[in-house]
Design a protein around this ligand. Sequence first.
Ligand code: PMT
Length: 407
Amino acid sequence: MEISRLQRRRILLGVTGSIAAYKSAELIRRLRQAGAEVQVVMTPAAARFVTPLTLQALSGRPVRRDLFDVAAEAAMGHIELARWADWILIAPASADFLARLRIGRADDLLATLCLASEAPVILVPAMNRAMWRHPATRDNVAVLEGRGVEIWGPASGAQACGEEGPGRMLEPAEIVGRLQALGKAPLLGGVKVMITAGPTREAVDPVRFLSNRSSGRMGYALAQAAREAGAEVTLVSGPVSLEPPSGVEVIRVESAQQMYRQVMARVGRCDIFIGAAAVADYTPIRPAVAKLKKDQARITLELVRTPDILAAVAAASPRPFTVGFAAETERLHEYARAKLDRKRLDMIAANRVGPGRGFETEDNALWVLWPGGERDLGRASKRELARRLIELISERYGQESRAENSG
Ligand code: PMT
């Protein structure tokens, strides 16, 4: 018998106002049979079509309906719920819900969870055929798909309103089948990944430091993508103002020296290392113990090189599959290839940096090089690029481990 790929997967099932809400009961039953944990969240309109009690009995968990339910929030707050989900599946998804999701409303619990969660969102629409074909709905669907939301269906056929056409919610068996296909073996299941992210701060005196423009977004997106790919992730992070992805161990550091120590203490236990941090190359040789006074017109800071964390990881024995980044303002390929060779890396991801590029931005463009090959990952959001890079790393890592095992 084939093992279900939905075993212990956490599905937040959103049910919105449509006559097809009666099919949600059957959907929950099938998801539970397949081993999934199901948390139902209903909109007020959904509760007019099917009772929360029915869905609660089938899912085995209290149904959540209200953003301001004090007791439910105390048990599992909505942000916690947003982090809990492996997938957000909304079935049925009404025309109204599509429109509200498109404009980013947060005026009920389900819409708020969609905004607050980083889990993939799957919509299974159900509505009258004319509503489905209306230019406003077509437009909403296109925008949502562009943001990476999956839209499954609708099917065509006889509708509850007596009309014939597209708008029927997919059958529960088909939805569960599609989820099973999505839940295929994770790319990095059981693999230990350590990632550095963000800037470092190098103390000049007790109140001043040298740093750079890194926001940590690229490194945090990589941590999330690696986690989603099934890896056990340790994120060694410089000072940033980002929420760490759930399920990731976070080690906070400030200076390059601290980052070096924390990384080297764990390098023997990781399979893949990704250096996405913008580590300061130089640090004040002797930080002042008291705040420097501005009584001189000109001062000189003496700087010394920081330890090269990436090079030290690549030289460790045993060494993990080592991936560096190259942030360059010019001659991107040439400098990146030189860093790959000089630091003896397995792979390097090159990005152009400068005003409004690479650092701090929401999107980025990466060109990836390895000994004997290269691939353009294109321009996209950092989250999307992180997924592409993790996929490529797992491909190359898999090839190298196979070569080592056979050699
Ligand atoms: O944080 P964001 O705002 O999202 O921006 C993302 C980013 C531009 C910071 C990221 O994509 C990136 O390019 N990170 C590496 C930045 C960098 O320091 O590049 P570099 O070319 O100076 O260093 C090359 C590599 O050596 C990097 O992997 C770096 O982590 C590593 N290094 C550098 C110096 C040092 N002392 N130790 C290191 O490990």
